[in-house]
Design a protein around this ligand. Structure first.
Ligand code: ZN
Ligand code: ZN
Length: 281
C-alpha cells in the first residue's frame, strides 16, 4: 500500500466529522458506527482532491440531451486512477473489518481483487453497470462486496456527479433511480416546501421524486405505505408494504441544520433497527 499525502480538509467534510463526533457523545451506542464513518470519510478525503474531471463533455445542451435517454454517467466516463482505487478498497475493507462490519473472508476477496490488475476493472464495471435497467447480473466476484466497492468508488463518483450536476438540469427527472449513475436511492430529504428529494447511494446526487411512492417498486397506494418518525421528528421512515423495503428521510422542516447523508445515515441506525424488527429490509 503506497502512502498518500493528506489533502487539506474540505469545509463540508470537516462539518460532517464535527457532527459525527457530537452524535457519538450524544448516543454512545452508535460509537463504533460513528468511528467507522469518520475513518471512511477521512480515507476518501485523502483521494478526493486528486480525482480529475469525468471524461465527458461538460456542456449543458449535450448533457441535457443525454439525460433525455436515461442516466448520464457511463463507466467509460469515470476518471479512475487504479492505484487510488486499490488503496481505498483495501483500506475500506480493513476499516470495516476492524469495526466488525465485514468478515475476514471478504477482506481477503478484496485483497485478491486488488492484486489482479485484469479482473479488477471487469468486476468494478460489472458492479457499476448491474444496476442499470436491463443491465446484466453482477459478477460473482463483486457479489457481497457491494458496500466496499461503493465506498472505494465514492470519491470518483461524487466528483463526477458534482461536475455534471453543475451543468445539467435535473428538474425533469422524476424516475426512481439516479439520473447520473443509475444507482438506487438510500436516503431522502423532505424540503421546507414538502417536496421529497432522493439521495443516490453511490454518487450522492439528489433528485426530486413523488412524495409518497416507494422508490424501489413504485407502489403508490397510500394504504400500503407505513410511515414512522423519530421522536424529535427530524427523521422519517417510509416503509413499503408491497416490496417490504424502506427508505429513511431527513425532514428539513423539523431540523436546525441541512441534511448530511454521511451523518444522518448513522444517526438513523436506531430507525433501521425499528424497520427491520417490523419485517422490512
Ligand atoms: Zn448516482
Ligand atoms: Zn416498494
Amino acid at each position: 500500500m503506497t502512502d498518500k499525502p493528506a489533502a487539506p480538509p474540505g469545509r463540508s467534510e470537516t462539518r460532517e466529522i464535527i457532527e459525527l463526533r457530537r452524535l457519538r457523545d450524544e448516543q454512545p451506542d452508535l460509537a463504533s458506527a460513528v468511528d467507522l464513518q469518520i475513518e471512511l470519510l477521512q480515507l476518501q478525503r485523502r483521494v478526493l482532491s486528486r480525482v480529475p474531471l469525468p471524461s465527458i463533455k461538460l456542456d449543458t445542451d449535450y448533457l441535457n440531451g443525454l439525460l433525455a435517454n436515461g442516466p448520464i454517467l457511463q463507466f467509460e466516463h469515470l476518471p479512475i486512477e487504479w492505484s487510488d482505487v486499490r488503496f481505498l478498497l483495501r483500506a475500506t475493507a480493513v476499516a470495516m473489518r476492524n469495526h466488525e462490519a465485514l468478515e475476514e473472508p471478504d477482506v481477503r476477496r478484496i485483497d485478491a481483487l486488488c492484486r489482479d490488475a485484469a479482473r479488477l476493472p471487469i468486476v468494478l464495471r460489472s458492479w457499476y453497470e448491474s444496476v442499470r435497467p436491463g443491465g446484466s447480473r453482477i459478477d460473482p466476484d463483486a457479489a457481497g462486496l457491494e458496500t466496499v466497492l461503493q465506498q472505494g468508488m465514492r470519491p470518483v463518483l461524487t466528483r463526477c456527479a458534482d461536475a455534471i450536476q453543475a451543468k445539467t438540469d435535473l428538474a425533469a427527472w422524476t424516475h426512481h433511480i439516479c439520473p447520473l449513475c443509475a444507482g438506487e436511492p438510500d436516503f431522502a430529504v423532505i424540503t421546507p416546501a414538502a417536496e421529497r428529494l432522493l439521495v443516490c447511494s453511490r454518487c450522492a446526487t439528489r433528485w426530486r421524486f413523488d412524495q409518497m411512492a416507494c422508490p424501489f417498486c413504485l407502489n403508490d397506494e397510500r394504504s400500503k405505505i407505513t410511515s414512522l418518525a423519530s421522536r424529535d421528528g427530524r427523521y422519517r421512515l417510509s416503509c413499503c408494504d408491497s416490496c417490504h423495503r424502506y427508505i429513511k428521510a431527513f425532514d428539513a422542516r423539523r431540523a436546525p441544520r441541512q441534511v448530511m447523508p454521511a451523518v444522518d445515515s448513522i444517526a438513523t441506525l436506531p430507525l433501521d433497527a425499528a424497520a427491520i424488527q417490523r419485517g422490512y429490509q
